[in-house]
Design a binder for this molecule. Structure first.
Ligand code: UDX
Length: 440
Protein backbone atom coordinates (compact mmCIF):
# COMPACT_ATOMS: atom_id res chain seq x y z
CA UNK A 1 0.00 0.00 0.00
CA UNK A 2 1.13 3.57 -0.61
CA UNK A 3 1.10 5.57 2.60
CA UNK A 4 1.97 9.12 3.64
CA UNK A 5 2.76 9.97 7.25
CA UNK A 6 2.56 13.63 8.26
CA UNK A 7 4.87 14.40 11.20
CA UNK A 8 8.14 12.63 11.99
CA UNK A 9 8.13 12.72 15.79
CA UNK A 10 8.16 9.54 17.87
CA UNK A 11 4.80 8.31 16.63
CA UNK A 12 5.10 9.39 12.99
CA UNK A 13 8.61 8.19 12.27
CA UNK A 14 8.23 4.86 14.04
CA UNK A 15 4.87 4.24 12.33
CA UNK A 16 6.33 5.14 8.92
CA UNK A 17 9.42 2.97 9.35
CA UNK A 18 7.45 -0.03 10.63
CA UNK A 19 4.90 0.20 7.80
CA UNK A 20 7.78 0.36 5.32
CA UNK A 21 9.33 -2.68 6.94
CA UNK A 22 6.05 -4.53 6.44
CA UNK A 23 6.44 -3.93 2.69
CA UNK A 24 4.49 -0.72 2.14
CA UNK A 25 5.72 2.31 0.22
CA UNK A 26 5.94 5.18 2.70
CA UNK A 27 6.44 8.95 2.37
CA UNK A 28 7.38 10.55 5.69
CA UNK A 29 6.47 14.22 5.67
CA UNK A 30 7.75 16.96 7.96
CA UNK A 31 7.78 20.75 7.70
CA UNK A 32 11.36 20.78 9.05
CA UNK A 33 13.83 20.29 6.15
CA UNK A 34 16.65 19.44 8.58
CA UNK A 35 14.71 16.45 9.88
CA UNK A 36 13.77 15.41 6.36
CA UNK A 37 17.43 15.49 5.25
CA UNK A 38 18.52 13.50 8.28
CA UNK A 39 15.88 10.83 7.67
CA UNK A 40 16.84 10.55 4.00
CA UNK A 41 20.45 9.98 5.14
CA UNK A 42 19.34 7.20 7.48
CA UNK A 43 19.76 9.23 10.67
CA UNK A 44 16.72 9.28 12.85
CA UNK A 45 16.21 12.68 14.55
CA UNK A 46 15.07 10.84 17.70
CA UNK A 47 16.88 8.34 19.92
CA UNK A 48 15.04 5.04 19.78
CA UNK A 49 16.68 1.62 20.00
CA UNK A 50 16.63 -0.19 16.63
CA UNK A 51 15.12 2.70 14.68
CA UNK A 52 18.20 3.78 12.71
CA UNK A 53 18.88 0.24 11.50
CA UNK A 54 15.29 -0.29 10.38
CA UNK A 55 15.23 3.12 8.69
CA UNK A 56 18.48 2.45 6.82
CA UNK A 57 17.32 -0.96 5.63
CA UNK A 58 14.11 0.46 4.21
CA UNK A 59 15.88 3.43 2.61
CA UNK A 60 18.24 1.03 0.86
CA UNK A 61 15.32 -1.02 -0.37
CA UNK A 62 13.56 2.19 -1.46
CA UNK A 63 10.40 1.64 0.51
CA UNK A 64 10.69 4.87 2.49
CA UNK A 65 11.58 8.46 1.75
CA UNK A 66 11.16 11.75 3.56
CA UNK A 67 9.83 14.98 2.07
CA UNK A 68 8.54 18.41 3.11
CA UNK A 69 5.81 18.25 0.47
CA UNK A 70 2.56 17.04 2.06
CA UNK A 71 0.47 18.06 -0.95
CA UNK A 72 2.58 15.95 -3.29
CA UNK A 73 2.64 13.01 -0.88
CA UNK A 74 -1.16 13.20 -0.50
CA UNK A 75 -1.72 13.14 -4.26
CA UNK A 76 0.42 10.01 -4.65
CA UNK A 77 -1.09 7.97 -1.82
CA UNK A 78 -4.42 6.61 -0.66
CA UNK A 79 -3.88 6.49 3.09
CA UNK A 80 -2.51 9.53 4.91
CA UNK A 81 -1.64 9.33 8.60
CA UNK A 82 -1.68 12.52 10.66
CA UNK A 83 0.96 12.15 13.40
CA UNK A 84 1.77 15.79 14.11
CA UNK A 85 2.32 17.19 17.60
CA UNK A 86 -0.51 18.43 19.78
CA UNK A 87 1.43 20.39 22.41
CA UNK A 88 -0.43 21.73 25.44
CA UNK A 89 -1.46 25.40 25.44
CA UNK A 90 -1.21 27.56 28.60
CA UNK A 91 -4.53 26.19 29.82
CA UNK A 92 -3.46 22.57 29.32
CA UNK A 93 -5.77 22.03 26.35
CA UNK A 94 -4.03 20.54 23.31
CA UNK A 95 -3.09 22.94 20.54
CA UNK A 96 -4.65 21.51 17.38
CA UNK A 97 -3.00 24.01 15.04
CA UNK A 98 -0.73 21.44 13.37
CA UNK A 99 -3.57 18.96 12.94
CA UNK A 100 -5.67 21.72 11.34
CA UNK A 101 -2.83 22.72 9.01
CA UNK A 102 -2.23 19.14 7.93
CA UNK A 103 -5.96 18.65 7.29
CA UNK A 104 -6.16 21.84 5.20
CA UNK A 105 -3.15 20.80 3.10
CA UNK A 106 -4.56 17.31 2.57
CA UNK A 107 -7.89 18.90 1.60
CA UNK A 108 -6.26 21.11 -1.03
CA UNK A 109 -4.39 18.13 -2.50
CA UNK A 110 -7.38 15.77 -2.68
CA UNK A 111 -7.34 14.20 -6.17
CA UNK A 112 -9.34 11.01 -5.54
CA UNK A 113 -10.66 8.84 -2.68
CA UNK A 114 -8.39 9.04 0.39
CA UNK A 115 -8.46 7.81 3.95
CA UNK A 116 -7.10 10.26 6.49
CA UNK A 117 -6.04 8.43 9.65
CA UNK A 118 -5.51 10.42 12.78
CA UNK A 119 -2.82 9.04 15.08
CA UNK A 120 -2.04 12.24 16.98
CA UNK A 121 -3.51 12.26 20.49
CA UNK A 122 -6.52 14.53 20.11
CA UNK A 123 -9.70 15.23 22.07
CA UNK A 124 -12.95 13.54 21.17
CA UNK A 125 -14.57 15.38 18.28
CA UNK A 126 -11.32 16.08 16.41
CA UNK A 127 -12.12 13.52 13.69
CA UNK A 128 -15.23 15.54 12.84
CA UNK A 129 -13.18 18.72 12.91
CA UNK A 130 -10.64 17.23 10.46
CA UNK A 131 -13.49 16.18 8.19
CA UNK A 132 -14.95 19.70 8.14
CA UNK A 133 -11.54 21.28 7.40
CA UNK A 134 -10.90 18.91 4.50
CA UNK A 135 -14.38 19.64 3.10
CA UNK A 136 -13.71 23.37 3.33
CA UNK A 137 -10.40 23.12 1.48
CA UNK A 138 -10.97 20.52 -1.22
CA UNK A 139 -11.10 22.00 -4.70
CA UNK A 140 -13.16 19.15 -6.19
CA UNK A 141 -15.75 17.01 -4.38
CA UNK A 142 -13.59 13.85 -4.14
CA UNK A 143 -14.71 11.38 -1.50
CA UNK A 144 -12.68 10.76 1.64
CA UNK A 145 -13.01 9.15 5.07
CA UNK A 146 -11.52 10.08 8.42
CA UNK A 147 -10.35 7.31 10.75
CA UNK A 148 -9.03 7.48 14.32
CA UNK A 149 -6.22 5.03 15.05
CA UNK A 150 -4.69 5.94 18.42
CA UNK A 151 -1.09 5.01 19.16
CA UNK A 152 -0.05 3.34 22.41
CA UNK A 153 3.70 2.97 21.86
CA UNK A 154 6.13 3.74 24.68
CA UNK A 155 9.36 5.61 24.19
CA UNK A 156 12.37 3.32 24.44
CA UNK A 157 10.44 0.31 23.13
CA UNK A 158 8.62 2.07 20.30
CA UNK A 159 9.55 -0.41 17.53
CA UNK A 160 8.65 -3.43 19.63
CA UNK A 161 5.38 -1.82 20.75
CA UNK A 162 4.42 -0.92 17.18
CA UNK A 163 5.09 -4.44 15.95
CA UNK A 164 3.41 -6.08 18.96
CA UNK A 165 0.60 -3.80 20.13
CA UNK A 166 -1.74 -5.18 22.84
CA UNK A 167 -4.60 -4.01 20.62
CA UNK A 168 -5.18 -2.01 17.47
CA UNK A 169 -8.06 0.45 17.69
CA UNK A 170 -9.70 1.58 14.46
CA UNK A 171 -12.40 4.21 14.78
CA UNK A 172 -14.29 4.77 11.55
CA UNK A 173 -17.72 5.76 10.39
CA UNK A 174 -17.98 3.19 7.62
CA UNK A 175 -16.75 -0.31 6.83
CA UNK A 176 -14.93 0.68 3.65
CA UNK A 177 -12.44 2.87 5.51
CA UNK A 178 -12.15 0.52 8.49
CA UNK A 179 -11.38 -2.52 6.30
CA UNK A 180 -8.59 -0.71 4.47
CA UNK A 181 -6.85 0.01 7.76
CA UNK A 182 -7.51 -3.54 8.99
CA UNK A 183 -5.73 -4.75 5.83
CA UNK A 184 -2.75 -2.53 6.62
CA UNK A 185 -2.40 -3.95 10.14
CA UNK A 186 -3.30 -7.56 9.28
CA UNK A 187 0.36 -8.75 9.03
CA UNK A 188 0.85 -7.96 12.73
CA UNK A 189 -1.78 -10.54 13.72
CA UNK A 190 -2.85 -8.62 16.81
CA UNK A 191 -6.33 -8.07 18.27
CA UNK A 192 -8.24 -5.33 16.44
CA UNK A 193 -11.23 -3.36 17.66
CA UNK A 194 -13.38 -1.47 15.21
CA UNK A 195 -15.37 1.35 16.80
CA UNK A 196 -16.88 4.67 15.82
CA UNK A 197 -14.66 7.77 15.75
CA UNK A 198 -15.60 9.19 19.16
CA UNK A 199 -15.04 5.84 20.89
CA UNK A 200 -11.55 5.44 19.45
CA UNK A 201 -10.65 9.00 20.43
CA UNK A 202 -11.75 8.40 24.02
CA UNK A 203 -9.97 5.01 24.27
CA UNK A 204 -6.59 6.68 23.99
CA UNK A 205 -7.15 9.24 26.75
CA UNK A 206 -9.05 6.82 28.97
CA UNK A 207 -6.13 4.33 28.78
CA UNK A 208 -3.36 6.81 29.49
CA UNK A 209 -5.30 8.50 32.26
CA UNK A 210 -5.96 5.15 33.88
CA UNK A 211 -2.26 4.30 33.86
CA UNK A 212 -1.46 7.71 35.38
CA UNK A 213 -4.19 7.04 37.96
CA UNK A 214 -2.53 3.76 38.91
CA UNK A 215 0.77 5.52 39.49
CA UNK A 216 -0.78 8.32 41.56
CA UNK A 217 -2.83 5.78 43.49
CA UNK A 218 0.19 3.74 44.54
CA UNK A 219 2.03 6.95 45.43
CA UNK A 220 -0.86 7.96 47.70
CA UNK A 221 -0.64 4.51 49.30
CA UNK A 222 3.13 5.02 49.65
CA UNK A 223 2.51 8.09 51.79
CA UNK A 224 0.27 6.09 54.09
CA UNK A 225 2.85 3.28 54.26
CA UNK A 226 5.50 5.76 55.31
CA UNK A 227 3.41 7.01 58.22
CA UNK A 228 2.34 3.60 59.40
CA UNK A 229 5.53 1.56 59.13
CA UNK A 230 4.34 -0.45 56.12
CA UNK A 231 6.25 -1.21 52.90
CA UNK A 232 4.59 -0.07 49.68
CA UNK A 233 6.66 -2.43 47.53
CA UNK A 234 5.13 -5.40 49.32
CA UNK A 235 1.68 -3.84 49.28
CA UNK A 236 1.91 -3.32 45.51
CA UNK A 237 3.27 -6.81 44.95
CA UNK A 238 0.41 -8.41 46.85
CA UNK A 239 -2.14 -6.18 45.12
CA UNK A 240 -0.69 -7.07 41.74
CA UNK A 241 -1.27 -10.80 42.17
CA UNK A 242 -4.98 -10.05 41.98
CA UNK A 243 -5.48 -10.55 38.27
CA UNK A 244 -8.04 -7.77 38.18
CA UNK A 245 -5.34 -5.33 39.33
CA UNK A 246 -2.10 -6.62 37.80
CA UNK A 247 1.51 -5.71 38.66
CA UNK A 248 2.17 -3.10 35.98
CA UNK A 249 2.32 0.59 36.80
CA UNK A 250 2.27 0.13 40.55
CA UNK A 251 5.81 1.32 41.21
CA UNK A 252 5.74 4.06 43.79
CA UNK A 253 8.38 6.75 43.53
CA UNK A 254 8.90 10.18 42.06
CA UNK A 255 5.83 9.84 39.83
CA UNK A 256 5.25 10.09 36.11
CA UNK A 257 6.82 12.45 33.58
CA UNK A 258 7.21 12.34 29.83
CA UNK A 259 5.46 13.82 26.87
CA UNK A 260 2.21 11.88 27.32
CA UNK A 261 0.84 11.28 30.79
CA UNK A 262 0.97 14.82 32.27
CA UNK A 263 -0.33 16.34 29.03
CA UNK A 264 -3.01 13.71 28.42
CA UNK A 265 -4.46 13.85 31.93
CA UNK A 266 -4.68 17.65 31.65
CA UNK A 267 -6.31 17.46 28.25
CA UNK A 268 -8.80 14.83 29.41
CA UNK A 269 -9.66 17.01 32.39
CA UNK A 270 -10.51 19.84 30.00
CA UNK A 271 -12.65 17.54 27.90
CA UNK A 272 -14.75 16.36 30.85
CA UNK A 273 -15.18 19.98 31.94
CA UNK A 274 -16.33 20.93 28.46
CA UNK A 275 -19.07 18.35 28.85
CA UNK A 276 -20.02 19.71 32.30
CA UNK A 277 -18.60 16.72 34.20
CA UNK A 278 -16.67 16.76 37.48
CA UNK A 279 -12.87 17.11 36.97
CA UNK A 280 -11.88 16.31 40.60
CA UNK A 281 -10.57 12.81 39.86
CA UNK A 282 -8.19 14.11 37.18
CA UNK A 283 -7.09 17.07 39.30
CA UNK A 284 -6.12 14.66 42.06
CA UNK A 285 -4.04 12.46 39.73
CA UNK A 286 -1.99 15.53 38.82
CA UNK A 287 -1.87 16.99 42.33
CA UNK A 288 -0.49 13.75 43.80
CA UNK A 289 2.06 13.53 40.99
CA UNK A 290 3.16 17.16 41.32
CA UNK A 291 3.78 16.68 45.03
CA UNK A 292 6.30 13.83 44.54
CA UNK A 293 9.48 15.85 43.85
CA UNK A 294 8.52 18.41 46.52
CA UNK A 295 8.18 15.61 49.05
CA UNK A 296 11.52 14.07 48.04
CA UNK A 297 13.33 17.39 48.48
CA UNK A 298 11.65 17.74 51.90
CA UNK A 299 13.00 14.34 52.94
CA UNK A 300 16.51 15.34 51.89
CA UNK A 301 16.18 18.68 53.66
CA UNK A 302 15.02 17.01 56.90
CA UNK A 303 17.89 14.53 56.80
CA UNK A 304 20.56 17.15 56.09
CA UNK A 305 19.10 19.74 58.47
CA UNK A 306 18.72 22.25 55.61
CA UNK A 307 19.91 22.44 52.03
CA UNK A 308 21.85 25.70 51.96
CA UNK A 309 25.45 24.93 51.06
CA UNK A 310 24.83 21.17 50.76
CA UNK A 311 25.68 19.10 47.73
CA UNK A 312 23.03 16.81 46.30
CA UNK A 313 23.79 14.37 43.49
CA UNK A 314 21.17 13.15 41.02
CA UNK A 315 21.49 9.76 39.34
CA UNK A 316 19.50 9.95 36.11
CA UNK A 317 17.83 12.90 34.39
CA UNK A 318 15.67 11.40 31.62
CA UNK A 319 11.96 11.00 32.41
CA UNK A 320 12.51 7.23 32.31
CA UNK A 321 15.35 4.85 31.33
CA UNK A 322 16.39 4.16 27.72
CA UNK A 323 15.46 7.58 26.39
CA UNK A 324 17.09 11.00 26.22
CA UNK A 325 13.67 12.62 26.57
CA UNK A 326 13.48 15.09 29.45
CA UNK A 327 9.97 16.43 28.85
CA UNK A 328 8.25 16.81 32.22
CA UNK A 329 11.15 14.84 33.73
CA UNK A 330 11.04 14.69 37.51
CA UNK A 331 14.74 15.59 37.55
CA UNK A 332 13.98 19.09 36.22
CA UNK A 333 11.61 19.73 39.11
CA UNK A 334 14.16 18.38 41.62
CA UNK A 335 16.92 20.56 40.16
CA UNK A 336 14.70 23.65 40.42
CA UNK A 337 13.71 22.97 44.03
CA UNK A 338 17.24 22.08 45.17
CA UNK A 339 18.81 25.14 43.55
CA UNK A 340 16.12 27.39 45.01
CA UNK A 341 16.96 26.01 48.44
CA UNK A 342 20.64 26.91 47.99
CA UNK A 343 22.04 23.43 47.33
CA UNK A 344 24.75 22.58 44.82
CA UNK A 345 23.42 20.02 42.34
CA UNK A 346 25.58 17.41 40.62
CA UNK A 347 24.14 15.01 38.06
CA UNK A 348 24.88 12.17 35.69
CA UNK A 349 22.70 10.55 33.03
CA UNK A 350 23.97 8.18 30.32
CA UNK A 351 22.26 10.09 27.47
CA UNK A 352 20.12 13.01 28.65
CA UNK A 353 22.79 15.43 29.97
CA UNK A 354 23.16 17.44 26.73
CA UNK A 355 19.43 18.15 26.86
CA UNK A 356 19.44 19.39 30.46
CA UNK A 357 22.69 21.39 30.23
CA UNK A 358 21.27 24.38 28.30
CA UNK A 359 18.34 24.64 30.73
CA UNK A 360 20.50 24.32 33.84
CA UNK A 361 24.11 25.35 33.21
CA UNK A 362 24.56 25.78 36.98
CA UNK A 363 24.36 22.01 37.57
CA UNK A 364 27.70 20.17 37.82
CA UNK A 365 27.55 17.44 35.14
CA UNK A 366 29.59 14.34 35.84
CA UNK A 367 31.05 11.44 33.84
CA UNK A 368 29.56 8.70 35.98
CA UNK A 369 27.77 7.91 39.24
CA UNK A 370 31.06 7.81 41.19
CA UNK A 371 31.93 11.35 40.21
CA UNK A 372 28.45 12.46 41.29
CA UNK A 373 29.00 10.81 44.68
CA UNK A 374 32.27 12.69 45.31
CA UNK A 375 31.74 15.02 48.28
CA UNK A 376 27.95 14.75 48.00
CA UNK A 377 25.83 15.02 51.15
CA UNK A 378 23.04 13.04 49.53
CA UNK A 379 22.40 11.03 46.38
CA UNK A 380 18.95 10.81 44.80
CA UNK A 381 18.22 8.00 42.34
CA UNK A 382 15.88 9.66 39.84
CA UNK A 383 15.88 7.42 36.73
CA UNK A 384 16.32 3.67 37.07
CA UNK A 385 18.87 3.16 34.29
CA UNK A 386 20.26 -0.39 34.28
CA UNK A 387 23.79 0.84 34.92
CA UNK A 388 22.67 2.17 38.32
CA UNK A 389 21.52 -1.27 39.47
CA UNK A 390 24.90 -2.79 40.12
CA UNK A 391 27.07 0.09 41.24
CA UNK A 392 30.05 -0.42 43.52
CA UNK A 393 28.30 0.98 46.57
CA UNK A 394 31.34 0.80 48.80
CA UNK A 395 33.11 3.11 46.40
CA UNK A 396 30.04 5.37 46.32
CA UNK A 397 29.80 5.47 50.11
CA UNK A 398 33.50 6.23 50.56
CA UNK A 399 33.34 9.06 48.00
CA UNK A 400 30.43 10.81 49.71
CA UNK A 401 30.71 13.43 52.41
CA UNK A 402 27.76 11.76 54.15
CA UNK A 403 26.35 8.42 52.93
CA UNK A 404 22.70 9.42 52.41
CA UNK A 405 20.89 7.54 49.67
CA UNK A 406 17.39 8.59 48.54
CA UNK A 407 15.87 6.05 46.20
CA UNK A 408 13.26 7.79 44.04
CA UNK A 409 12.37 4.58 42.18
CA UNK A 410 12.68 1.94 44.91
CA UNK A 411 15.43 0.31 42.92
CA UNK A 412 17.58 -0.91 45.78
CA UNK A 413 17.15 -3.36 48.63
CA UNK A 414 16.81 -1.23 51.81
CA UNK A 415 18.39 -3.93 53.99
CA UNK A 416 21.43 -4.25 51.78
CA UNK A 417 21.92 -0.51 51.56
CA UNK A 418 21.66 -0.11 55.32
CA UNK A 419 24.15 -2.93 55.84
CA UNK A 420 26.52 -1.14 53.50
CA UNK A 421 26.41 1.81 55.85
CA UNK A 422 24.02 4.11 54.04
CA UNK A 423 21.18 6.06 55.50
CA UNK A 424 18.62 4.74 53.02
CA UNK A 425 15.25 6.26 52.14
CA UNK A 426 12.90 4.48 49.73
CA UNK A 427 9.53 5.97 48.81
CA UNK A 428 6.82 4.42 51.01
CA UNK A 429 9.30 2.02 52.61
CA UNK A 430 9.44 3.06 56.23
CA UNK A 431 9.39 -0.56 57.33
CA UNK A 432 12.54 -2.52 57.86
CA UNK A 433 11.22 -5.99 57.17
CA UNK A 434 14.57 -7.69 56.98
CA UNK A 435 13.80 -10.08 59.79
CA UNK A 436 10.63 -11.34 58.09
CA UNK A 437 12.35 -11.57 54.76
CA UNK A 438 15.01 -13.81 56.25
CA UNK A 439 12.25 -16.20 57.31
CA UNK A 440 10.84 -16.58 53.79
C1 UDX B 1 3.12 6.39 27.84
C2 UDX B 1 2.18 5.18 27.65
O1 UDX B 1 2.70 4.05 28.36
C3 UDX B 1 1.99 4.87 26.18
O2 UDX B 1 1.06 3.82 26.04
C4 UDX B 1 1.50 6.12 25.48
O3 UDX B 1 1.38 5.90 24.09
C5 UDX B 1 2.41 7.30 25.73
O4 UDX B 1 2.59 7.49 27.13
P1 UDX B 1 5.75 6.81 27.81
O5 UDX B 1 5.43 8.27 28.03
O6 UDX B 1 6.77 6.47 26.79
O7 UDX B 1 4.41 6.02 27.38
O8 UDX B 1 6.24 6.26 29.23
P2 UDX B 1 5.88 5.09 30.24
O9 UDX B 1 6.85 3.99 30.09
O10 UDX B 1 4.45 4.72 30.18
O11 UDX B 1 6.20 5.82 31.63
C6 UDX B 1 5.60 7.06 31.99
C7 UDX B 1 6.11 7.60 33.30
O12 UDX B 1 5.53 6.92 34.40
C8 UDX B 1 7.63 7.52 33.53
O13 UDX B 1 8.06 8.76 34.05
C9 UDX B 1 7.78 6.41 34.56
O14 UDX B 1 8.92 6.60 35.36
C10 UDX B 1 6.50 6.58 35.36
N1 UDX B 1 6.06 5.33 36.05
C11 UDX B 1 5.68 4.24 35.30
C12 UDX B 1 5.97 5.29 37.45
O15 UDX B 1 6.28 6.25 38.13
N2 UDX B 1 5.52 4.13 38.04
C13 UDX B 1 5.13 3.04 37.33
O16 UDX B 1 4.71 2.06 37.96
C14 UDX B 1 5.23 3.10 35.90
Amino acid sequence: MKIAVAGTGYVGLVTGVVFADLGNEVACVDIDPVKVDAINKGQSPIYEPGLDEMLQRNLEEERIRATTDLEGATRETEVIFICVGTPPTDTGEPDLRYVDEAAATIGRALNGYKIIVNKSTVPVGTGDRVRRIIEQHRAEPHEFDVVSNPEFLREGSAIHDTLNPDRIVIGADNARAAMKIVELYAPLERPMLITNLATAEIIKYASNTFLALKISYINAIADLCERTGADVVQVAKAMGYDQRIGHAFLQAGLGFGGSCFPKDVQAFMHTVQRYQLDPTLYQQILAINNARPVQMVERVRERLGGLEGRTVGLLGLAFKPNTDDIREARALELIKLLLQAGATVKAYDPVAMPRVQPLHPEVVYCRNAYEVAENADALVLVTEWNEFRQLNFERIRNAMRQPNLFDGRNLYDPQRMRKLGFYYYGVGRAADNGEFKAML
